[in-house]
Ligand binder design. Structure first.
Ligand code: HEM
Length: 537
């Protein structure tokens, strides 16, 4: 953890926050006045009424009244842990980021989450899981804000509020609280068929992991690595759990949610407390940074597509070990604020149209969620690198800034802070040529192909896993009230795999409709069609 008594500007704030909050053995007011009676309010006589004059009562009740902050708009329910990341040195040739240097150890904080449910929902919902990692590197904080599935529902940030509105509980009854089994979700994904690939991952066993410790993680988007000599490559991040990837069956999930809605957070905390520290290897798929940014017909800027590991293997670059539970859930797990825009020298973004929107969204939402713009000063969000940002004032400012000239250039504060020399410790935006602006979707074959990778995923599963997928669709669509929605989703399934559509349609007591059409007729490249297998039944 960061040096608690030092402000983000490197100044000594005079007190460790924990000591400042709980340093006295006696009960005090928030202002440090010792209190002799903790249980009774000040009344006019033994039988009241209570006097407004009781400053302790007013302070205690008022603070309690304001204990809750808004939950995250998505990923509200989560569990976190501290740990360490150790670089293997294998990425040193392709990125100058110091975090990957051989045997370099960097503290991390990870938060796992479900996406749709509220803070009080249950852990074993059928859902995507968040897998967000904050690396407190010497060169600034780097956040890898990923999921346990390698693709996303939508290709463009413009559609993110739509998909979230569709997956959140129905606006009238707020039902269901944490599952996809409802009309709005199936309405959206059957109309917006680029969501079908992510959806089939949700309907697979990946949607109900056995444990946070047994989940893969994916950066989803393609990022850019920049080497010391300035050469660039494109990468996709993968977390591989040492315990392997495991799931529960739907029946196990139902029973567990009833018996122990905290199953995943308990499992994580208990394992760490028992010294069974979970570990993940971080790996990258590396691609040449060519002009078309495409591999075997897959556009690397399309977040609804993955690049099969059989085509481009994942190369390990470091190991993460989670070895300490948070001391305080609110201060750490709730107040942690991730942001894919938190980058360090050697790691940069690409023009993926979904990622581009995320670069704005996180900081923006955290201004509401954490009450103003100064949440980088909260202990869990403090960089471990030195800071001198010229940002001033604002709600909940806790730094006592010195000097009179928070502007550049200045002569009154000796010209400080200086611009960093353009060496390996400075972040330099990667220069990308920009064409004319257009407000359209990319019409590359990859973006317009909505079904071939969903098929690829389905065919890569074992027989029993395919049965689980068919059962999940049957169960979920069986909960839909709208016949048009059900039929439209069956058409999408028919476009993914005929046998899958037949099995689900039979389960619902319906005929298989005509397959839905993809915006583009796409023939997967020969290399791609060899990945996966055939439906064995
Ligand atoms: C959380 C927006 C796509 C992973 C959030 C939050 C917002 C958001 C507003 C709440 C943050 C907070 O309150 O601190 C968006 C937008 C997206 C998008 C606008 C697309 C345009 C994605 C994708 C991934 C992802 C593609 C995975 C690769 C996460 C995770 C969290 C999160 C893991 C939880 C972080 C935590 O544990 O605090 N997102 N998101 N999001 N998002 Fe996204």
């Amino acid at each position: 953890r960061g040096p608690a008594s030092v402000s983000p500007t490197g100044q000594d704030t005079g007190a460790d926050p924990a000591t400042a909050a709980q340093g006295c053995p006696y009960l005090t007011t928030a202002h440090g006045t010792r209190l002799q009676d903790s249980d009774h309010s000040l009344k006019a006589g033994r039988r009241g009424p209570t006097l407004l004059q009781d400053h302790h009562l007013r302070e205690k009740i008022s603070h309690f009244d304001h204990e809750r902050i808004p939950e995250r708009v998505v990923h509200a329910r989560g569990a976190g842990a501290h740990g360490v990341f150790r670089g293997y040195g294998t990425a040193a040739k392709i990125t100058r980021a110091g975090v990957f240097a051989k045997d370099k150890e960097t503290p991390v904080f990870v938060r796992f989450s479900t996406v749709a449910g509220s803070r009080g929902s249950f852990d074993l919902a059928r859902d995507t899981r968040g897998f967000a990692t904050k690396f407190y590197t010497d060169e600034g904080t780097w956040d890898l804000v990923g999921n346990n599935m390698p693709v996303f529902f939508v290709q463009d940030a413009m559609k993110f509020p739509d998909v979230v509105h569709s997956v959140k509980p129905h606006p009238d009854r707020e039902i269901p609280q944490a599952q996809s089994a409802h009309d709005t979700f199936w309405d959206f994904v059957s109309l917006h068929t680029e969501a079908q690939h992510h959806t089939i991952w949700n309907m697979s066993d990946r949607g109900i992991p056995r444990s946070y410790r047994m989940m893969e993680g994916f950066g989803v988007h393609t990022y850019r690595f920049i080497a010391a000599d300035g050469t660039t490559s494109l990468v996709k991040f993968h977390w591989k759990p040492k315990l392997g990837a495991h799931s529960v069956t739907w029946e196990e999930a139902l029973v567990t949610n009833g018996a122990d809605p905290d199953f995943h957070r308990r499992d994580l905390a208990d394992a760490i407390e028992a010294g069974a520290f979970p570990e993940w290897e971080l790996g990258v798929q590396v691609f040449e940074d060519t002009e078309d940014q495409t591999v075997e017909g897959i556009d690397l800027l399309d977040p609804t597509k993955l690049v099969p590991e059989e085509l481009v293997p994942v190369q390990p670059i470091g190991l993460m070990t989670l070895n300490a539970n948070p001391t305080n859930y609110f201060a750490e797990t709730e107040q942690v604020a991730f942001n894919p825009a938190n980058l360090v020298p050697g790691i940069d973004v690409t023009n993926d149209p979904l990622l581009q929107g995320r670069l704005f969204s996180y900081l923006d939402t955290q201004i509401t969620r954490l009450g103003g713009p100064n949440w980088t000063q909260l202990p869990i969000n403090r960089p471990h690198a030195q800071v001198n940002d010229m940002l001033r004032d604002g709600m909940h400012q806790s730094a006592v800034h010195r000097g009179v000239a928070p502007y550049r250039p200045n002569s009154l504060d000796g010209g400080m802070p200086f611009e960093a020399p353009a060496d390996e410790r400075a972040f330099i935006d990667h220069p990308e040529p920009l064409p004319a602006s257009v407000k359209e979707r990319a019409h590359a074959a990859s973006f317009d192909d909505h079904f071939s990778q969903a098929r690829l995923f389905f065919l890569s599963l074992s027989e029993v896993e395919r049965e689980h997928v068919a059962q999940a669709y049957t169960f979920e669509l069986g909960k839909c009230f709208e016949e048009t929605v059900r039929v439209r989703q069956l058409r999408a399934l028919a476009a993914i795999d005929a046998r899958l559509a037949e099995t689900v349609a039979a389960g619902l007591g319906r005929e298989v409709p005509e397959p839905a059409e993809s915006p583009a007729d796409v023939t997967p490249s020969p290399a791609l069609s060899q990945v996966g297998g055939q439906w064995p039944l």
